[in-house]
Design a protein around this ligand. Sequence first.
Ligand code: GLP
Length: 234
Amino acid sequence: MPFFEVIKVETQQQAASVVVDKLAKDLHEGTLNVIGLATGSTMIPVYKKIVESPLDFSLVTAFNLDEYVGLTPTNKNSYAYFMHEHLFSKKKFKETNIQNGVAEDLEVECARYENKLNEHPLDIQFLGVGENGHIAFNEPGTPFDSVTHVANLTDSTLGVNSQFFDDDEKIPNTAFTMGIASIMNAKKIILLAFGEKKRLAIEALLGDKITEQLPITVLKKHPHVTVITDILID
Ligand code: GLP
């Protein structure tokens, strides 16, 4: 029987507590050895709560979902920088992994990352969602059997994400991303979504259709999903 739960919360702080409780349980039971992490404003309260918690991740290996092509880890818009800032500089992990935004050969980098993921199966994968239903940087139309690849970002994603870049700095229009299949390989998925802008995506996830046009809907095929949201769906 697949496990699919929707946890309705009032605030992002409440959501963060729910996540930390789940992590505590799995760490205690010894079933959390590899974790897939996400970036985006949705994740910030979760990482804050993890940092404040006594939870020990020193035996846990982390993999991030995605990274902009062309950004170094010292660029404040890179996801490597985001992770260092919000989590890795404050909580010790056994090992952290993220695609190398400035890798010379993009295809070799994708293969390297996917191989490493295959060697370390994900126990839990965190996900946020884009307004157009993208997960990681798997934009609408991405094949469900995709593995780590370089994605062309859509205008919708570029529009939403460019707000974090300075006026004189151009947002990269391509990014490394775990594929849909790489994400679906995780044993458990925890997806967080807050605010009305994410309603379309959450309604699609809770609706009947499974379509590559709305990547989030693939999660209906996953055996163990927790959705944590403040969006009221009737
Ligand atoms: C980016 C990331 C996604 C993330 C999304 C939502 O596009 N690649 O992994 O889910 O942003 O971001 P936010 O949490 O800021 O709404």
